[in-house]
Design a protein around this ligand. Structure first.
Ligand SMILES: C[S@@+](CC[C@H](N)C(=O)[O-])C[C@H]1O[C@@H](n2cnc3c(N)ncnc32)[C@H](O)[C@@H]1O
Length: 257
């Protein structure tokens, strides 16, 4: 067991919670609170697995729902395949392309792509974020309106570089598109950083392996790699993108293979 196990609250009747608890006890999740002064744990809040983080004298909580709030709104009114993200991923012209979202996070982008008909595999390295995604997808699978979307989604816990590197040795078909949304470069603390992104920054920090992930994606995708960047940020690689698709604050660098 970890010397400093990650604190959690479980609801004994919930199978997801039991599964997470088993993973924690097996050390698969290796959850420990290494940041001095931070208090964090997982609990069930009205049936949604929720992560709570107490830091800087405030408590932040994070849980997901694909059937309410922003995800539902974006699905209903988002603008279909002409939105910048699906367009960058080629869904407007190639509705049957498969997509591997190598930086799943809270699953918003992947859900948009799946709700437009794409088969999407999400891969998330952080156990808490992975657990929250599994919980949200399991709840969404019970909803008649969105269960077809959920059936197009597969989720993997692990490092995407490892998962992609292992593909040639397995029977898994390489994805047509690999989508990367690395953590944005450091920004000064500002009210503009939304709460869910603040939690992501506490949990994940800033990955220094983005270049390696890009190289692996570039060597593995069949048709294209798409990288989400802040509109004015540098590309994550010295390879020149084939073109960009831009929205108000965001730029998608598209690398056609
Ligand atoms: C900015 S967030 C992505 C947000 C996501 N696009 C969404 O719509 O919710 C970046 C996420 O990528 C994950 N990540 C970064 N590098 C990864 C890797 N090599 N393998 C798996 N996950 C990775 C981080 O843990 C973090 O959760």
């Amino acid at each position: 067991m970890n010397a400093n196990p990650f604190p959690y609250v479980s609801s004994p009747n919930d199978s997801i919670c039991n599964a997470i608890q088993a993973l924690i006890e097996n050390d698969t999740f290796e959850l420990s609170d290494t940041n001095a002064g931070l208090c964090s744990y997982l609990f069930f809040d009205e049936n949604a697995l929720t992560y709570s983080l107490r830091a800087d004298n405030q408590t932040l909580t994070l849980s997901h729902s694909f059937t309410s709030g922003k995800n539902k709104h974006r699905q209903q009114y988002g603008g279909g395949k002409n939105q910048p993200l699906p367009k960058a991923c080629g869904l407007d012209k190639h509705p049957n392309w498969t997509i591997f979202d190598a930086t799943a996070g809270i699953g918003r982008d992947a859900y948009v792509l799946a709700s437009l008909g794409a088969q999407v595999t999400l891969c998330e390295q952080h156990p808490v974020l992975y657990a929250l995604l599994v919980d949200a997808l399991n709840r969404a699978a019970l909803d008649e309106e969105v269960k077809a979307v959920v059936q197009r989604i597969q989720i993997i816990h692990g490092n995407s570089s490892d998962v992609l590197n292992a593909m040639p040795e397995t029977t898994v078909k390489r994805p047509d598109v690999i989508y990367l949304d690395p953590m944005y470069p450091d920004r000064k603390k500002s009210a503009k950083i939304k709460k869910d992104m603040q939690i992501l920054q506490y949990l994940v920090g800033h990955n220094t392996q983005d270049g390696l992930l890009f190289e692996t994606a570039y060597a593995t995708a069949i048709n294209r790699v798409v990288v989400k960047r802040p509109k004015t940020a540098k590309s994550i690689t010295s390879i020149k993108p084939s073109y960009n698709v831009s929205s108000e604050n965001t730029r998608y660098d598209v690398y056609v293979l």
